[in-house]
Design a protein around this ligand. Structure first.
Ligand code: CA
Length: 224
């Protein structure tokens, strides 16, 4: 799973990152609430582990902001010990579960698996990268509020790029994710479809958000 840990205590954060990575997860760390919010908005996570006492923006605010934006990524809040009100507020602002510090890593790991299983049932999170918006449930794509008609393949390709926005993704990874594992056609099909997408999501809007990364593949740029 892909996890975001928002925790300002450096030692605890790196301990969690090491442990969760040893469990096989991909883990991003944010050291304050604003960074956490930014990452949560721009990446797609299976679970967010969110401390309450954070610099810049506290965990309650981060959680409330995400829920206010219809981001239903499961959130596990970390509360201070004896924080009865913390727990109440955490659940009221839309957290899925909480864990009181200090906690055992084994319990944290189990809680993460449990809330991930429940998923984000309210509605699938809408993917947003800058003014580009893709709704997996409604199967719609918009740029700055203008609806863009795409084919099923173009949709899958765009969804993959958006889920990895800001990252350079290899053509082979795109091929494996968007076409079948056993796809035996030419990998040039990726280039062809990237071209189709550029003509739909970039050219009409005078943008160049799908970048070619030489020798690697492509990157959906974050920020103009
Ligand atoms: Ca803290």
């Amino acid at each position: 799973m892909r996890l975001l840990v928002v925790e300002d205590e450096v030692k605890l954060a790196s301990y969690l990152k090491r442990g969760l990575e040893a469990d096989g997860h991909a883990v991003d760390i944010a050291g304050d609430g604003e960074e956490g919010l930014w990452l949560a908005r721009n990446q797609s996570y299976d679970v967010i582990v969110l401390d309450i006492m954070l610099p810049k923006r506290n965990g309650f605010q981060v959680c409330a902001d995400l829920r206010g934006e219809s981001n239903w990524t499961p959130i596990l809040m970390l509360t201070a010990k004896d924080g009865e009100f913390d727990i109440e507020e955490a659940l009221d602002t839309g957290a899925d579960d909480y864990l009181t510090k200090p906690f055992s890593f084994v319990v944290l790991s189990a809680r993460i698996r449990a809330i991930a299983r429940r998923g984000a049932p309210e509605r699938p999170a809408v993917l947003e990268v800058d003014d580009l918006r893709l709704d997996p449930a409604a199967h719609t794509v918009e740029r700055g509020g203008t609806e863009i008609k795409v084919t099923a393949k173009e949709f899958s390709l765009l969804e993959f790029l958006m889920r990895h926005s800001g990252e350079a993704v290899r053509k082979t990874n795109i091929l494996n994710a968007v076409w079948d594992w056993d796809f035996e056609g030419d990998s040039n099909v990726v280039e062809v479809y990237i071209g189709y997408l550029r003509r739909k999501i970039d050219d009409p809007f005078d943008r160049a958000s799908i970048e070619t990364v030489r020798g690697v593949g492509y990157r959906l740029r974050v920020g103009r």
